[in-house]
Design a protein around this ligand. Structure first.
Ligand code: DGL
Length: 302
């Protein structure tokens, strides 16, 4: 076992070993927040703020990370399979797909297959177009998301009068994961992934960037540090939390927050969690870590 990993006792095999919320009776609602990796933590924070009483399961399908490299067919099959398993294990009241790469493709399939409500995360192009004064906006996302018809349709619908630059980053999500696990990438590597977002034309320059992957707000401070000039960064997480409250309702009356959130982080791939990452998860309200193996090939073929 690597010295930077937690001993196996910190990994509880099987979701049945997940926590029971202190003081939560049968009325506790379960919110399942789902991403390919750690990016959904940026959405989770807003959801927890909006519903501090909910039982939270954060599921990272890291066995298939990064989703940005999967074909559309592979991604649909993967997410449907994994979601079926997670729903059977955790019986959520609502699922938040905290992943643009998945949401821009898989949401209709999920809604057709399962009856519970799904809230998706898609690039915040409308608010970016509203905010931009120079009418130069950039969308920074995974290669999958920038290719999607869904993304192109959003641009046509809401940003037709803007110069829109689509930047598909192959590595930024992985760099964000590394940062959270205590291995920050050099500035030059971050800059290489984002510099194409900064565009100058004779009539102006980019003033607004859509963070179209939930991983990117995790390293927003790093992006800001290397940015050639300051811009506004648009992150859809607060809007997603509002949608959760619309569908699920606000916190239960009588809920007394005890100041501690007791969510569970579930990983489909990794079996050891570096201490740095375990600390980061606990600080984000996920003190319990569960390994629920779902190898990519097996799950996709199932
Ligand atoms: N966090 C995911 C998103 O919002 C993508 C990362 C990946 O490629 O898996 O698109």
């Amino acid at each position: 076992m690597p010295t930077d990993s937690l001993p196996p006792t910190h990994l509880i095999a099987g979701a049945a070993a997940g926590p029971t919320l202190e003081g939560a009776g049968s009325r506790a609602q379960t919110v399942l927040v789902f991403d390919s990796g750690l990016g959904g933590l940026t959405v989770l924070a807003e959801v927890m703020r909006a519903r501090p009483d909910a039982r939270i399961v954060y599921a990272a399908d890291d066995a298939a990370f990064p989703y940005g490299r999967l074909s559309e067919q592979e991604l649909v099959a993967r997410v449907l399979t994994v979601m079926g398993r997670l729903i059977a294990l955790h019986a959520p009241d609502i699922v938040v797909i905290a992943c643009n790469t998945a949401s821009t493709l898989v949401l209709p399939h999920l809604r057709a297959q399962f009856t519970l409500p799904f809230v998706g995360t898609v690039p915040a192009i409308k608010p970016a177009a509203i905010a931009s004064r120079t009418r130069h906006i950039s969308i920074l996302a995974t290669p999958g998301t920038v290719e999607r018809d869904y993304t192109r349709d959003l641009i046509k619908a809401y940003a037709d009068d803007c110069l829109v630059t689509l930047v598909g980053s192959a590595n930024l999500a992985a760099l964000a994961e590394a940062e959270l696990a205590g291995s920050p990438a050099p500035d030059a590597d971050i800059l290489a992934e984002v510099e194409a977002c900064f565009v100058t034309t004779p009539i102006g320059r980019t003033d607004t960037i859509v963070l179209g992957c939930t991983h990117y707000p995790l390293i927003r401070h790093r992006i800001e540090r290397v940015a050639p000039w300051p811009v506004a960064y648009i992150d859809p997480a607060p809007a997603i939390a509002r949608r959760v409250v619309q569908l699920l309702g606000g916190p239960l009356i009588g809920h007394e927050p005890d100041g501690h959130v007791h969510g569970t982080a579930l990983f489909t791939g990794r079996t050891h969690v570096p201490v740095e990452l375990a600390r980061a998860l606990a600080a984000r309200g996920l003190p319990t870590i569960v390994h629920e193996p779902m190898p990519l090939a097996t799950a996709a073929a199932a």
